[in-house]
Design a protein around this ligand. Structure first.
Ligand code: TYD
Length: 226
């Protein structure tokens, strides 16, 4: 990355993902992050998983719909992978190549936490298949907004929305998902930043902004040294 008249010139856009339990407040924080990056002169594209393309949005409906019945863990994982492959090649990679900053509400780490941890498919299996579905693409930076499952469920119930098939899982499922995320933070400390999600939206945003600033200034130094 070079700074030219205060505007970044990079050979590709940044890929940022936001992760966490359902109810962790990702949507609010993603909107703030988008505004902040735009104010800093970047073109930002918001997307989500499962979803982000017409086909993947249709698969999303199938995965989350309770009428899909008994969806076996591997079947569930393959559906997320189908979404991921389509999303990566149809949207994320082309956008990044056009120097656009892409923010995705969830990406491959969600499968490690939910299918690997929650559904107990194991981390290694999930990471192996993820590599195929992402073509090896990894986010440059990931924010994991961390909240206890008890607090996350309280927040979902407060919204009054009907829970989808995944949100309707037990507390112990969500506990395993959270543990999956915590393990990922330990494995990839440079990429994944754990953000305490218990505070107010403003407090959480302040923590994200701070981490982003640190990342951005390190990135400038690292790119300069290349
Ligand atoms: P999300 O879009 O966060 O749901 P909402 O719109 O209700 O906030 O995610 C949908 C659900 O899919 C969520 O429960 C997490 C789950 N999920 C997985 O289990 N594995 C995955 O790989 C992904 C991307 C999501």
């Amino acid at each position: 990355m070079m700074l030219l008249h205060g505007i970044s010139t990079m050979d590709r856009g940044l890929f940022i993902t936001v992760e966490g339990l359902d109810g962790s407040g990702k949507t609010t924080q993603i909107a703030k992050l988008k505004g902040y990056l735009e104010d800093n002169g970047h073109i930002v594209y918001l997307t989500r998983e499962p979803g982000g393309t017409p086909l993947a949005e249709r698969i999303r409906d199938i995965i989350l719909d309770k009428s899909s019945g008994n969806v076996l863990p591997l079947t569930e994982f393959f559906l997320y992978l189908a979404c991921r492959y389509q999303h990566t090649y149809e949207v994320i990679k082309p956008k990044l190549e056009q120097n656009v900053f892409v923010i995705s509400d969830r990406y491959a780490d969600s499968s490690v936490a939910y299918q690997g941890g929650g559904r107990e498919l194991t981390r290694n299996l999930v990471m192996t298949f993820n590599k195929v579905a992402t073509g090896g693409l990894e986010p440059d930076l990931t924010f994991f907004i961390d909240l206890t499952p008890e607090e996350a469920i309280k927040r979902i119930e407060k919204t009054g929305k009907t829970k989808d098939r995944l949100e309707d899982q037990s507390i112990s499922f969500h506990q395993r998902v959270r543990e999956g995320y915590i393990e990922l933070c330990e494995l990839f400390p440079d990429r994944i930043k754990r953000i305490d999600g218990e505070g107010s939206a403003e407090e959480v945003w302040e923590a994200i902004r701070k981490e982003y600033s640190i990342f951005w200034s390190n990135k400038g130094v690292n790119d300069h040294e290349k």
